[in-house]
Structures are given as C-alpha cells and as structure tokens.
Write a protein that binds this ligand. Structure first.
Ligand code: PMP
Length: 413
C-alpha cells in the first residue's frame, strides 16, 4: 500500500464481483456505472435475501398465527434492529419504515409540522436542497401560515454559515438539510448546524440520502432530531427507506397515514393509536424491501468502510486531476469538503448530449437539474452532467469517463 496509489487501500475490483449487474456490456462496451447518487447497484446478497423471502417465507407480518408469518415477522424486525445499530439509534422503535427520504420528509412535515408550525414560524432550508426536502415544507407552511426561507450558499457550494447565523432566531422552528448535496457533492457541516439550530430551539431534520452509503452515521453523535435515508442508495431495494427520530418527538407526533397496523383500537366512537414504531406504519409494509435493506447493511458490515470512503475520495481526486487537463470542463461547485460526486459542464456540449454520447460508450452518468433547481438557478445553469462514485468504481472507470468526454469534445468542436 502506498499513498501514491490510493486505490490499493481498497480492493474495488473484488467488491465489483459481488454486483452481478456490473458484468454486462452496454452498447458494445463494458458497463461503467457512474450514476450512484441516483441509485446504487445491488450485491448478490441483497438479491438473494429478497428471493429467499419470496421463495420460503412470504407472509404478512405481525398478523398471522402461522409459521411463515412468524418467520417473516422475525426477519422484518431483525432488519429494524440492524438499521438501529447502523445509525447508533438508542432503540429500534425509533426506526420507522417509509418508502424513502421523500416519504420521510413528508411524514415529518405533515405530522410534526402540522402540530408545531404556525403563522410567524420559519423553516430554513439551504439553497442546495433536493426538491424532496423543499416541496413538503412549502406545502405544509402554505397550509399553516408559516414561511420557508432559503439559506444562502457560497460560490464554492458551501452553506453560508454567517448568513445562517444572521437568520437564526426563535422564530425558526425547523432547519432541514441534506448531509451531502446530491447535485454537487458538498458535505455539509451538519453537526455544527445542528448546534446552531438547537441554540435557538429549532429542530433539525438531516436528509442522509447521499451520506449513508459513504461513511458510518451516528445519530446520537450528530445530535439531530430526525435523520432520513433511502434504501436504494445504500445497495438495498427501491421503495424502502428509514425515518429515524428522537423518541420523545416521535411519541408526541400524530400519525401521518391512517389504516391497519397503526391502531390500538378502532371504534366509531373514536380510535386509539399504536405505539412506536407502528403508529407510523399504516398498512402492509414493504416486507421484501425491509429484508433487502437489512441484507444490504449486513453486506456493508463486511466492507472496510473507512478504506472504502478513502477509495471514493481518491477517485474524486483523480477525477479532478484529469478534469484539470481539459480547459473546456467547468466544475460546478468546489466545496471545502466533497463526497465522490463530480458535477460539471463541457463547453459547447449540452449535458444531455454529453450523457447520450457517454451512454453510447457504455458510460452511465446523470444529466439535468438533479432535483435541485434552486441550486442550478443559483449557479445560473439549467443543469449539469454528474458522475457519482461508489465502492465498486475503479480508476479505470474514471479513465473511461474522460476518454468518453474527450470523444464527445472532438465531436462537438
Ligand atoms: N435527498 C437527496 C439528497 C437525494 O439525492 C434524493 C434522491 N436523489 C432524495 C432526497 C430523494 O430520495 P428518494 O427519491 O429515494 O425518496
């Protein structure tokens, strides 16, 4: 192992073997998958866990008096404990199953927001938020007469902490922000922001969609009030995610969705609600999704996560090195601290044309506004091309990306 070759710290090529989808060709080229911020690929262990559930244990949970339901329920609740350990939650009942970050934010906005926000109250969101962190707050604030206010972002793509300081006072009831920007990769100083927000009595919701796959999360060390993530960005299935919350907050919050499972007793005279976490889990849950997510976290347990994070950052450094050789490339955002996300424009080539040309060479990137239109507006661009790295990407993938960019550049010049 040498510092000169950081790829050696971590055997991405071996990790790659665990992901069957990566072994294919696209348009006659080996697939180079660089769209991990949109969704990650799934290891064999996750695919097997889901198939195994449907082959052997398929039954509804918490209800049946039979063996299959008992097995399904045990695996389902074991996954909750796995997530609790993964987040360092004090207790498993603070882990609520949701469809993903989008549903988690809608849950908090509608349940906590409806009972805690009113006229004169303010909700602060940095300019670099994903639409799923913006729109639910706009909707609830419009309904209750509260205000959503954007926290300015510096040209670097870092949150303007001085501006935040100036905005914070006791009228601020919620600060909601992503841990890592999906659009430009900024790693936000969430712990510092949580301390600032708490000093004026505001609550903080952290959207961990782009953080959980890259380093371990400790909700107690962060001190946040809510933390949300989506399973599909963590090598797990789509349609499942987690809302973690402080127990006293979750306990005091009214249910979001009503239906089976979330009740204690129902009568036309009045209904009483179940305890945590079930109060927030109306209806038949995504059982296979939960089991797949549990398997994804167990898979990650077998990975040296510190080395994996260093590997991804080395890929970003290598990317920046290669980008510096192409003057026509303009990187959008240069945050102080960035995750393995490279958002850029190629002069003379529209991002969607670039995306198409790269796809012809088997290279998958994302193009567009990345569900962060206010940030794109902040930079005066309609969108960008984005390469985002994961544990199975290699320096060869970065080489392929730049070979592809040079080819596109030749076509458009
Ligand atoms: N926040 C961030 C930072 C994201 O990257 C995404 C997904 N692109 C979301 C929220 C929404 O996640 P989901 O669509 O899984 O609900």
């Amino acid at each position: 192992m040498t510092a000169a070759n950081p790829a050696k710290y971590f055997d991405a090529a071996a990790v790659r073997e665990d992901f069957p989808i990566l072994k294919q060709e696209v348009n006659g080229h080996p697939l180079v998958y660089l769209d991990n911020a949109a969704t990650t690929q799934k290891p064999e262990a996750v695919i097997e866990a889901i198939a195994n559930y449907y082959r052997h244990d398929n039954a509804n949970v918490h209800r049946g008096a039979h063996a299959l339901s008992d097995r399904a329920t045990r695996t389902f609740e074991a996954a909750r404990e796995t997530v609790a350990r993964f987040l360092n939650s004090p207790a498993p009942q603070q882990v609520i199953w949701v469809r993903g970050v989008t549903e988690a934010v809608n849950l908090v906005a509608n349940s906590w927001g409806r009972s805690n926000l009113g006229p004169g109250d303010r909700v602060l969101l940095p300019y670099l938020e994903h639409h799923s962190d913006i729109v639910p707050w706009q909707m609830i604030c419009a309904a209750v007469g509260a205000q959503v206010e954007p926290i300015p972002v510096l040209d670097s793509g870092d949150i303007d902490l001085d501006a935040l300081d100036a905005m914070l006072d006791e009228s601020v009831k919620m600060v909601a922000l992503n841990h890592v920007s999906n659009a430009i990769g900024t790693i936000n100083p969430v712990k510092e922001i949580i301390e600032k927000a708490h000093a004026v009595g505001a609550k903080v919701l952290v959207d961990g969609a782009q953080a959980v796959a890259h380093w371990p999360i400790d909700v107690q060390a962060l001190g946040c009030d809510f933390y949300a993530f989506s399973g599909h960005k963590l090598f797990g299935p789509t349609g499942i995610g987690v809302l973690w919350g402080r127990e006293e907050l979750l306990d005091a919050m009214p249910p979001f969705l009503g239906g089976g499972e979330m009740i204690e007793t129902v009568s036309f005279a009045g209904t009483t609600f179940n305890t945590l976490p079930f109060k927030f889990e109306a209806g038949t849950p995504n059982i296979a999704g939960v089991i797949g997510l549990g398997a994804a976290i167990q898979y990650l347990d077998g990975i040296d996560r510190e080395a994996a994070a260093a590997h991804e950052l080395a890929l970003l450094d290598y990317t920046l090195e290669l980008a510096a050789e192409i003057p026509a490339i303009r990187r959008i955002g240069e945050p102080r601290s960035a995750a393995g996300i490279f958002s850029f424009l190629l002069e003379g080539c529209h991002p969607s044309d670039l995306g198409m040309l790269l796809d012809q060479q088997g290279i998958a990137v994302r193009t567009g506004h990345h569900c962060a239109q206010p940030l794109m507006e902040r930079y005066g661009v309609p969108g960008t091309a984005r390469a985002s790295y994961s544990i199975y990407n290699t320096r060869e993938d970065v080489d392929a990306l730049f070979a592809g960019i040079r080819k596109a550049q030749a076509l458009f010049s």
